[in-house]
Each structure stands twice: as structure tokens, then as C-alpha cells.
Design a binder for this molecule. Structure first.
Ligand SMILES: CC(=O)N[C@H](C=O)[C@@H](O)[C@H](O)[C@H](O)COP(=O)(O)O
Length: 226
């Protein structure tokens, strides 16, 4: 699939992230496949998924593009940190590899541009997960096919919010020519629509759709407030 074909497929559409953190009862491949099938039934247009085994199983079960990543660790560069991780995700069947494109050092000493070159050579596309405007501009210049706001709020120095970083959506949309994906803490359909109004090409929603443990905790915390 070319970047243009995928951009056409995803314009104005919802991408559902079907992931579960380590230790979560939902972290089981068959369960995550069921979540992906529910996302299809509900009208989602693509699935974002973590780890080769899960990416392979969802790619097999679902007739939608899969944006794959491989999280390794939870500090520093942990979303598809190396070229090896990226190529394993292509091998698993992902149409797109999502990878950290922040300006932090990567554990294998590679550059983001090298990862892009390797993924393109293997026949897949790249979504750059960024935390700032400068990172998004750099990632697009290095060949990323999509730029996503995934990491805003998760890198020291970026704004901490309970909702999405819509200002980053706006600034990226005005600055890069590749499609901008709004991702991270989009909690309501209204926020998703606002992201599109701010120039996002597509919207990724994870927790608000596919994470019952986190959602339960939010309600429990709400009840505990005085
Ligand atoms: C920062 C990071 O590691 N983000 C990850 C990226 O794949 C996932 O844990 C998020 O669930 C995903 O970005 C969707 O965001 P939200 O669950 O907030 O809708």
C-alpha cells in the first residue's frame, strides 16, 4: 500500500489502538484480537497494536490496515526503539510501523532516518511518534509517511494534560505536508472531532475505547472525590 493510498483510506477516520499494559488482564493475544474485531464492527478504519505476535494475529483476523509498534521498556525511547524492532513489526504484517521520532538517543545508536529507510526497503510505511513541533518537522523531513502526536506529555518538558495536545495538532498541521495524526488522551468523540477541525488527518483512540482497567480506575477515583 502506498502512503497516498493509506492517507486516502484514513482521511477523517478513526484508528483504534488495541493495547494492554504489562500485567493487565487484557494483555492476551486472543483478547486483543477480539478488541480489534469490536473496533472493526464499530466502524474503525485501522488498528494500532503492540508486539509482533499481536500484530501478526490482528493482521490475520482483521481486514484493515494495522499500524504496528513494539514497545520495549517504558523509559527513554521505548516505542519501536531500534531497526530490529521495526523490521520484526513489518515481518509480522503491519502496513505501517509506528516508532519514536523524538530527539532522544536510540538504544542501537541508529537514527530515525535509518529506521525509515529500513522500513521503506521492507515495503512498509512509517508513522513518527513525536512530542513536539520540531520533532514532527524533522521526522517528516527524514521521510516519515505520517506524524502522530503520540508522545506529547510523555517526554520530560512536554505539557502534562489530562486531555489531548490539540495545540500540537494545530501547529503540526500547519507545518508538515504529510498527514498529521492526533493521538494521546483523546477521551471523547467531541475531542476527536475537534482534532480533525484543528487539521488532523485521522485520530487514534486507545484507552477510551479499549482499556477497561484504566477506565474502571477513573470511575473509582471519581467516586472517591469528596
Ligand atoms: C505514550 C504511549 O506509550 N502511547 C502508546 C502508543 O502506542 C499507547 O500506550 C497509547 O495507548 C496510545 O498512544 C493511544 O493513546 P490513548 O490511550 O491515550 O488514547
Amino acid at each position: 500500500m502506498t502512503a497516498q493510498d493509506l492517507a486516502d483510506t484514513l482521511r477523517g477516520r478513526l484508528i483504534v489502538s488495541c493495547q494492554a499494559p504489562p500485567g493487565d488482564p487484557m494483555r492476551e493475544t486472543a483478547t486483543l484480537v477480539r478488541l480489534a474485531l469490536a473496533a472493526v464492527a464499530g466502524g474503525g478504519s485501522a488498528i494500532r497494536a503492540n508486539e509482533p505476535e499481536v500484530v501478526a494475529a490482528i493482521s490475520e483476523a482483521v481486514d484493515l490496515p494495522v499500524i504496528g509498534l513494539w514497545k520495549d521498556g517504558d523509559t527513554g525511547v521505548y516505542i519501536t526503539p531500534t531497526v530490529r524492532h521495526a523490521l520484526a513489526i513489518v515481518e509480522a504484517g503491519a502496513a505501517v510501523v509506528a516508532a519514536d521520532a523524538t530527539d532522544r538517543p536510540r538504544p542501537d545508536g541508529s537514527t530515525f532516518e535509518e529506521l525509515v529507510t529500513a522500513v521503506h526497503a521492507a515495503g512498509a510505511l512509517v508513522m513518527a511518534d513525536v512530542s513536539t513541533l520540531a520533532e514532527g518537522v524533522a521526522a517528516a523531513a527524514q521521510g516519515a509517511d505520517f506524524v502522530s502526536t503520540t508522545l506529547s506529555g510523555y517526554v520530560p518538558g512536554t505539557p502534562q494534560r489530562t486531555g489531548p495536545d490539540l495545540d500540537l495538532v494545530t501547529s503540526l498541521s500547519g507545518s508538515v505536508s504529510v498527514p498529521v495524526v492526533a493521538e494521546g488522551r483523546i477521551n471523547t468523540p467531541e475531542e476527536a472531532a475537534e482534532a480533525l477541525a484543528r487539521g488532523a488527518h485521522s485520530v487514534v483512540v486507545g484507552t477510551a475505547i479499549t482499556a477497561p482497567t484504566a477506565l474502571t480506575s477513573r470511575f473509582v477515583a471519581g467516586l472517591a472525590r469528596p
